[in-house]
Structures are given as structure tokens and as C-alpha cells.
Design a protein around this ligand. Sequence first.
Ligand code: NDP
Length: 282
Amino acid sequence: MQIDQYAVIGNPIQFSKSPIIHSTFALATNQSLHYDKIQAPIDGFVTVAQQFRAKGGLGLNVTAPFKLDAFAWCNEHSDQARLAGAVNAIKFEGEKIVGENFDGLGLVKDTLFNLKQTIASRRVLLLGAGGATRGALLPLISQKPSLLMIANRDVGKAQSLITQFQTLATDLQVELVACSYAQLAQQGPFDLVYNATSASLFAEAPAPDVPINAFNPNGMAYDLAYGKGLTPFLQKARSAGVTQLADGVGMLVEQAALAFAWWRSVQPETKPVIELIRVRLD
Ligand code: NDP
């Protein structure tokens, strides 16, 4: 009998930590499965995903740059995936190709349970208005911060996210606002500052242009990116006096755990896996 097959698809994919994360979850929960990584050509997501499904694959994780392609390919979507307009986990159920998006929920779980921060009634700043921000908005707003501000270089992009999520925010009494980096100087400090820009992915790139007074030294700065050492954003937060600094490893492992539980109906423990991945960072 063939072992249950799962995989992550992306491009590039060679540095993906998903196979080690899911294999560790499987070992810890006595699940018999194989989890692979697959690189698809930039214009070839659907072909590669279809081949995987045709061979009996049961589920996929999807990473950059294919989350929008995956959304378009799925014929059913969770509310979270629909609102994000992007899919990072897929389950095959007969004719159904079900799309989920666990990125934002993973971020919120990491914030609440691993980093022990509350989001409710706090002032939250999100930097960036790309896919990660889009995925984070529903779970973050659902935590009812007093203010959720989105700053982006292209303010129009942040503004269109505000328009999309405004009704939900109003219902939950969350003030939801878009602004430019220049306007941030008059807005701080924020208790939680999340860097959801892709600036940290480029070693030579400076931190996003967030003013020092946006940081609250008693709050937390969180970079969704991860790697060895502090990113330029986290260095900036530290020089503003912030002591609680976090990177995106916890988010990565938490979203993986949510996908694993969705596929296998077993909840894996995340803390040991976060530690395992942290020591393996490149
Ligand atoms: P996108 O490409 O969709 O969006 C990138 C955003 O970053 C845009 O808003 C862009 O602004 C902004 N940006 C890029 N460079 C700069 C800069 N130098 N200064 C200020 N803003 C900048 O990326 P994603 O949303 O998919 O990913 C964002 C980050 O989140 C990445 O680091 C990614 O690795 C991380 N991530 C982490 C996950 C995890 O599990 N830990 C999961 C998903 C994402 P503009 O619109 O003005 O161009």
C-alpha cells in the first residue's frame, strides 16, 4: 500500500523547512506519511500540482510565488482563504480541491501562545500590504486590537485592504487605518509592530523606513521573515529599546501545525519543532 503523500510547492524551494517540520510532526504523532518538496516552473504551478494529485497525493502546502495560482486552482475555499485571496494549504477530497490559508492564524497563534502577547485592545502596526498582510488581517482583526494601522510605500494598496476589511473591523470596534511611512511619525507608539514587508529577504536591504518613535519599548517587534541573526528591522527595533523581538519561525511552524491537523486530524506539538528549526536556520 502506498504511504500517504504530501508536499510543498514553490520556486525556489531548496531552502524550505516544511519537509523537516512535517516529518517531525509525523514522527511525534505516529502518523505514517511522506512529505516532499517540489519546485514548479514559474508558469507551471497547476501542471505540477495536478501531477501530484494524479499520483494519489493527499495535500499540498503552497509557498511563494504560487499562493494566488493555488487560490485560482482550488474549487472550494475557506473563509480565511477567500478573504486573503490566497491559498497556502490544499486538501484533495474526491473531486474537491479545498484551499485554506493558515499564515495569518499561525502568526496570531505564535503571538498569543508562544510569545505570550495579547492583541486585544492594543495598538498594532503592520508594515507592508502584500500577501502576508492580506492573510493576517482576518485573524488579527478577530483579536480586537484597539487600532490596526497598515503602513505601506504604496499607500493605495494599504487603502484597498482597509476598504475590503472595514465592515468586519467596524463590527468588532477595531479602528482600521492605512498610512504612509512619513505619516507614522505622528501615530506612534505601537504595542505590536509586525514587519510584513519583503525587505528582510534581501541581505543588503535596509529596514523599512519606520520611525523610531513608532516602537513601544515595552511592546514587541516581530519580523515575519526569518534567518540567522537579527534582521535590519529587528536591529532597528532593538535600538529603539524594544526587548521583545521575534522572527517568523514560530509563525512558520504554527501554520504548518494547523495544516497538519487539518489533513491528519491530529494536533502536533509546536514548541520542540520551533526550537529544532531555529538551530537549523541558514
Ligand atoms: P509580497 O511580495 O506580497 O509583499 C511585499 C510587501 O513588502 C509590499 O507591501 C511591498 O511594498 C513591501 N516592501 C518590499 N520591499 C520594501 C522595502 N524595502 N521597504 C518597505 N516596504 C517594502 O510579500 P509577502 O507579503 O508574501 O511576504 C512578506 C514577508 O512575509 C516576507 O518576508 C515573507 O518571507 C514573510 N512571510 C513569512 C511567513 C512565515 O511563515 N514566517 C509566511 C508568509 C510570508 P509596496 O507594495 O509598496 O511595493
